[in-house]
Design a binder for this molecule. Structure first.
Ligand SMILES: *Cc1c(COP(=O)(O)O)cnc(C)c1O
Length: 227
């Protein structure tokens, strides 16, 4: 079946493969997370039918509504990529495969507690605010180890790596430095020995992210169109 979404997906996958090749990496080292926020369940279904399995959502209510509407899709994986309020944790642990935005020990504790209570396991990425900008979510570089340890302390959570969202107004060269810094932080925390993921890169910069070691890119606009 060839639809607009299927075509866009294929183009994004080709660009990812080319960026991986140029970086001397294998294409299968980088996973595509299709960011479906504000898009309909029907559009997600269309992407699924084109082979896409990983989807990213920013809002708990929307994530849960789609998970219900699309409960028949075998093997679909939901990634929470938006800021999470503590009172929504209980809902997220039931539907998400991976929570990519854990940026405090307190949130790790709450997630671990709720996941254990519902008998779920949750993969976790620590969100890092690489540049330390005010009013941005993510833990500082210096605080990342503590949050990682707080995740590790929770038996129901599986620490899987790091995630970052650079400020959108940055020049490409600055964005590249952010990505390189996150990659270095993974080594500093011993995560490369454990095969940690690096979730970085969006529609505007996923090729740059792949050049700097991304193992997951989060792409919305280039798959589903503008929001
Ligand atoms: C919306 C969003 C994306 C996707 O952005 P596009 O520019 O549409 O590809 C990726 N990551 C996060 C955290 C987002 O909020």
């Amino acid at each position: 079946m060839s639809t607009a979404i299927a075509t866009a997906l294929q183009q994004v996958r080709e660009r990812m493969a080319q960026a991986a090749r140029q970086a001397g990496r294998r294409a299968d080292e980088v996973r595509l997370i299709a960011v479906s926020k504000t898009k309909s369940a029907a559009q997600v279904r269309e992407a699924y039918e084109a082979g896409q399995r990983d989807f990213g959502e920013n809002y708990v209510q929307e994530l849960c509504a789609k998970a219900v509407q699309l409960a028949d899709l075998q093997g679909v994986r939901w990634h929470m990529i938006g800021h999470l309020q503590t009172n929504k944790v209980k809902q997220v642990v039931k539907v998400a495969t991976m929570m990519q935005t854990v940026d405090s020990a307190r949130l790790a504790l709450e997630l671990g507690t709720q996941a254990q209570r519902c008998g779920c396991r949750l993969q976790v990425l620590v969100e890092v605010n690489v540049g330390g900008e005010a009013q941005k979510s993510g833990v500082s570089i210096d605080g990342a180890r503590e949050v990682a340890e707080a995740v590790r302390a929770q038996p129901a959570l599986e620490l899987r790596g790091l995630m970052t969202v650079p400020p959108f107004e940055l020049e490409a060269i600055q964005t590249a430095r952010y990505f390189a810094r996150l990659c270095r932080l993974r080594s500093e925390l011993g995560g490369d020995k454990e095969g940690w993921e690096l979730s970085m890169g969006m529609s505007g910069d996923f090729e740059v992210a792949i050049a700097h070691g991304a193992t997951m890119v989060r792409v919305g606009t280039d798959i589903f169109g503008s929001r």
